[in-house]
Design a protein around this ligand. Structure first.
Ligand code: COA
Length: 169
């Protein structure tokens, strides 16, 4: 079941170029945790900044930021493929997790994908990320596939990934 809205002190809005540094800092922090996202430390921050600028300016991408007291505490990115699928990635700052920020971002992200004409949202998540899986399932995402020993990490480990999808049609 979806939450009725974001927690009172958090707002979700489209990212602007003024957010780029803070969003790259967030990515670096989450990558540094080493467990949750595909990006690994050390992050090439110049390249990430360029990509973030491109995404904010692109017609086929959406970048949302969750802000608390003027500080970005979460980010959601969508890439719209020409065949109608929006690929989703997101992250919330460690100190803000479990307080509905992810839910607020995802609710808005789903609406943005729908408004952009996507018929489906797609993502991949590590099987060892129960908080993300719980959030996605709460919003109706279904497990569509499983990639075994698919992603090689810098440690040399091979990680599985769950493919999840949310139909919007
Ligand atoms: C996944 C993530 C974005 C969720 O953001 P969030 O702000 O914590 O999300 P919410 O507070 O809205 O909801 C989190 C849900 O996970 C649940 N949860 C948290 N820890 C959990 C756990 N260990 N096991 C099961 N569920 C868990 C919460 O109970 C909540 O569900 P509920 O509202 O139904 O109770 C956030 O944890 C995060 O950024 N993690 C690191 C980066 C990441 O994993 N990104 C996604 C990669 S696919």
């Amino acid at each position: 079941m979806e939450r009725s809205g974001s927690p009172p002190e958090v707002t979700v809005r489209e990212a602007t170029l003024a957010d780029v540094d803070a969003l790259v800092d967030l990515l670096v922090a989450v990558a540094g945790e080493g467990r949750w996202i595909a990006t690994e430390a050390p992050v090439d921050t110049d390249r990430r900044r360029r990509r973030m600028v491109e995404d904010i300016e692109a017609a086929d991408a959406v970048v949302l930021v969750a802000e608390a007291g003027g500080t970005p505490v979460g980010e959601l990115g969508l890439h719209l493929a020409p065949y109608g699928v929006a690929d989703l990635g997101m992250a919330v700052a460690a100190g803000w997790r479990g307080r509905g920020v992810g839910g607020a971002l995802l609710a808005e992200g789903i609406e943005r994908a729908r408004a952009a004409g996507a018929h489906k949202l797609a993502l991949q998540v590590w099987p060892h990320n129960p908080a993300a899986i719980a959030l996605y399932e709460r919003f109706g995402f279904q497990r569509e596939g499983y990639l075994r020993r698919h992603y090689r990490r810098r440690s040399g480990e091979l990680w599985d990934a769950i493919i999840m999808g949310l139909r919007l049609d």
